[in-house]
Design a protein around this ligand. Structure first.
Ligand SMILES: Nc1nc2c(c(=O)[nH]1)N[C@H]1C(S)=C(S)[C@@H](COP(=O)(O)OP(=O)(O)OC[C@H]3O[C@@H](n4cnc5c(=O)[nH]c(N)nc54)[C@H](O)[C@@H]3O)O[C@H]1N2
Ligand SMILES: Nc1nc2c(c(=O)[nH]1)N[C@H]1C(S)=C(S)[C@@H](COP(=O)(O)OP(=O)(O)OC[C@H]3O[C@@H](n4cnc5c(=O)[nH]c(N)nc54)[C@H](O)[C@@H]3O)O[C@H]1N2
Ligand code: SF4
Ligand SMILES: [Mo]
Length: 691
């Protein structure tokens, strides 16, 4: 049966019981291969594919309940038009034709004045190449809309990696199982990178030592041999002090440094300024712990670092990633396939971006770019020569900015503007959808085609639709095709169907028949990518010194940049707050699934006994967490997960499902990182009070 026939069969609700191969769409490094059981056209079970080596038949709790999400009684199944005030969440059902005609007319009207007043807003709701920016990019380029700088997650670390290793490249994840030492750095793998954690366990059973570097005593930290509980935003200081020790003890691979790195003399001089005593002061660590960590790194082979994005959501995030990414080259860890570093593997996929997204359709000169991390300020900005036109229309898909973007009070005020026209493509009536003029019902991963890359392994995955679209829902790509037609766009690229887009995503770089057949395909990559150097930088070396950064007027060498909001610098707000993910939510997705919300209970603030006692806060009390940007109510959890001086507001609750209509992003700021223009969610001072 060819895929089209299979589609037809599914649409016709053939009574057969079938198992359909798919891919998990979520913004998670594991990119699992799914097997969905379908009986009489209804998906009854979603499981991990046992044949896929990275999935091994295991899914996380969230996605093993995928049918609960798909068939949720609150799924949006019809186009909706606003009937109440913005934000009130009151809508009426309308026909697709009416919604599309009206939206096209409104967008056309704005575009006639200046198409840059239209802004797409999207992120990682689905990571599929087709249903994320596949057809959407073609549409927004063609109409001349403003471009969106998609910085909200990984851009500081991404740029740090680019300037050091040359891109989002690194170890093959499977070889972590053979390492003798693993530093799990800024990552709660148990919660957010489960399949990596399994490899780390395998290494541990074979005798490896696991060290977790994290301000929070996370589910992962408590299961490692050692927890290095540093203050938020001090990772570069720690990495530089490790280098200091590598140098003074001569735990260096001089040959690797000479042949495959750039800028050693400068880095050596910089690192020698970072004694464990100096770094210890900043990090809040005993110098002896830094010395022993350096000894472990300097004297164990093969040694590997699993870095994750949790440590780069602070002012110096880019520099911190640069400093850490230097460590494997100093000791020659890259010589072994089980040594080196992995932050993201996504740069290794041969995605045919131009064929898929057709950026050639963009007008010249290119429209302005708006940073998604400052959407609060930008929605409130009037027209000006520097900024350009005021934002008059927003098309939101695959994202929930009211919940996830920093400084929510401003985001909410922006979305509440009566003269802003907002369209939201969604599965559910999220906090953001409450502010829409139109909500358009989107299909879920069980209902559409897509093809995936991954940032945690190196396999391509194909997702076949398992069931027919529920209600009147349509795939994102279909909605953008429909809008293109209603706006009179005639380029033949708008006729490409989703399967054609799936093929275009990798062109002849991946065997599509293999994908159709088995659902996944491994990229052909060397086991030890930088054993003999060959980094994808301009110099071909690991760049301790970056000429590109230097030329841009920045420090060419990595350094520690203190947070914008350093603990101890404000009498009013003495506590540093980080807001890492709660294990059973994925960003703000799944918060509306009762069974998962029941596990998480209520929005929590983890606080140390010392800080709680000083404020007469008892375990389980409702507290007010606040700073000049706003306040947030949640329940205090007095526990040793938090070190004194640091509190953890676990994320990311829907505002309307929290205790008082706001969530943790009411407190975060719109400051940006040193590199990559990213948000600084974990660089945030607060005070806490019992209520
Ligand atoms: N269950 C679940 N899984 C997820 C997600 C989710 O929300 N829930 N989110 C997904 C997304 S979008 C991403 S980007 C990825 C990765 O997302 P990450 O945010 O990296 O996810 P975690 O690994 O859960 O958390 C990072 C860890 O970094 C720690 N941390 C905070 N500040 C610092 C610091 O300054 N230094 C150091 N060393 N550590 C710090 C936090 O305490 C936390 O334990 O995970 C994905 N997987
Ligand atoms: N305070 C704080 N804030 C954070 C973070 C943090 O750690 N702390 N983490 C940040 C990070 S790492 C990230 S990546 C961002 C994530 O921010 P987002 O990418 O906005 O992630 P979600 O909150 O999961 O919202 C995704 C939405 O897309 C919808 N969706 C899923 N699939 C589809 C589809 O096929 N079509 C359509 N139309 N919609 C779909 C889902 O229903 C969901 O509402 O949040 C950031 N915000
Ligand atoms: S969210 Fe992550 S761990 Fe869970 S099924 Fe998806 S890819 Fe796998
Ligand atoms: Mo993310």
């Amino acid at each position: 049966m060819n895929p089209d026939q299979e589609d037809a069969m599914l649409a016709a609700n053939a009574p057969a019981r079938v198992t359909v191969r798919g891919a998990c769409p979520h913004d998670c490094p594991d990119t699992c291969a799914l097997l969905t059981t379908v009986s009489d056209g209804v998906a009854t079970k979603v499981q991990g594919n046992p044949d896929h080596k990275h999935t091994q038949g295991v899914l996380c709790t969230k996605v093993s309940r995928y049918t609960e999400r798909t068939y949720h009684s609150e799924r949006i199944l019809h186009p909706l038009r606003r009937i109440g005030p913005k934000g009130s969440g009151r809508f009426e059902q309308v026909a697709w034709s009416e919604a599309l005609e009206d939206i096209a007319a409104r967008l056309t009207q704005i575009a006639t004045r200046d198409p840059q007043a239209i802004l797409p807003y999207s992120y990682g709701g689905t990571m599929g190449l087709v249903q994320s920016e596949g057809m959407a990019a073609r549409f927004f380029s063609s109409i001349g809309a403003s471009q969106l700088d998609r910085t909200i997650c990984a851009s500081a670390g991404g740029e740090g990696l680019l300037r050091t290793l040359g891109g989002k490249v690194g170890m093959k994840v499977e070889f972590f199982a053979q390492a003798r030492l693993i530093l799990i750095w800024g990552s709660n793998s148990v919660g957010s990178n489960l399949h990596f954690w399994r490899l780390a366990q395998e290494a541990k059973r074979a005798g490896a030592r696991l060290v977790c570097i994290d301000p929070r005593r996370s589910e992962t930290a408590e299961k490692c041999h050692e927890h290095v509980q540093l203050r938020p935003g001090t990772d570069a200081a720690l990495a530089l002090a490790i280098m200091h020790e590598l140098i003074v003890n001569d735990w260096l691979d001089h040959d690797y440094i000479a042949q495959h790195t750039l800028g050693w003399d400068g880095l050596r001089e910089r690192a020698l300024q970072w004694s464990p005593e100096r770094a210890g002061e900043i990090c809040g660590l005993a110098p002896a712990q830094i010395r022993s960590l350096a000894r472990d790194w300097g004297t164990t082979q093969p040694a590997a670092i699993r870095l994750n994005y949790g440590m780069q959501r602070v002012r110096g995030g880019g520099n911190a990633v640069r400093a850490i990414a230097c460590l494997p080259a100093l000791t020659g860890a890259w010589r072994h396939r089980a040594g080196g570093l992995l932050l993201s593997s996504s740069g290794q996929f041969p995605v045919q971006w131009q064929a898929l997204q057709r950026r050639d359709l963009m007008r010249s000169p290119a429209p302005r770019t708006i940073n998604m991390s400052t959407i609060g300020d930008d929605l409130l900005r009037p027209a000006s020569t520097e900024f350009g036109p005021r934002i008059e229309a927003l098309v939101v898909y695959n994202s929930n900015p009211l919940a996830v973007a920093p400084e929510s009070a401003k985001v909410a005020a922006g979305f509440a503007r009566e003269n802003l026209f907002t369209v939201v493509l969604e599965h559910f009536q999220t906090d953001t959808a409450d502010y829409a003029d139109y909500i358009l019902p989107a299909t879920t991963q069980l209902e559409h085609w897509d093809v995936h890359y991954s940032y945690g392994h190196t396999d391509v995955l194909l997702n076949r639709p398992a069931i027919a679209p529920l209600g009147e829902s349509r795939p994102n790509a279909q909605i953008f095709r429909d809008l293109a037609r209603h706006m009179g766009l005639t380029d033949p690229c708008f006729a490409d169907d989703d399967l054609t887009l799936c093929r275009a995503a990798y062109g002849d770089q991946v065997d599509f028949d293999l994908l159709l057949d088995q659902g996944f395909a491994s990229l052909a990559l060397p086991d030890a990518p930088f054993a003999q150097g060959g980094f994808p930088t301009a110099s071909g070396k690991c760049e301790f010194f970056s000429a590109a950064l230097d030329k841009a007027g920045m420090d060419g060498l990595p350094d520690h940049l203190p947070n914008y909001e350093v603990a101890g610098s404000s009498a009013s707000y003495p506590l540093a707050m980080i807001s890492p993910p709660a294990r059973n939510f994925l960003n703000s997705s799944f918060v509306n699934l009762k069974s998962l919300r029941d596990i998480e209970g209520e929005p929590l603030l983890e606080i140390s006994a010392a800080d709680a006692t000083a404020r007469s806060i008892v375990d389980g009390a409702v507290v007010r967490v606040f700073n000049d940007r706003g306040d947030y109510r949640c329940r205090a959890k007095v526990c040793d997960r938090a070190r004194p001086g640091v509190v953890h507001g676990l994320g990311i609750w829907w505002r309307k499902l929290g205790l008082a209509g706001t969530n943790v992003n009411q407190l975060t700021s719109q400051h940006l990182t040193d590199m990559g223009r990213g948000p600084v969610f974990y660089d945030c001072l607060v005070e806490v009070q019992a209520v």
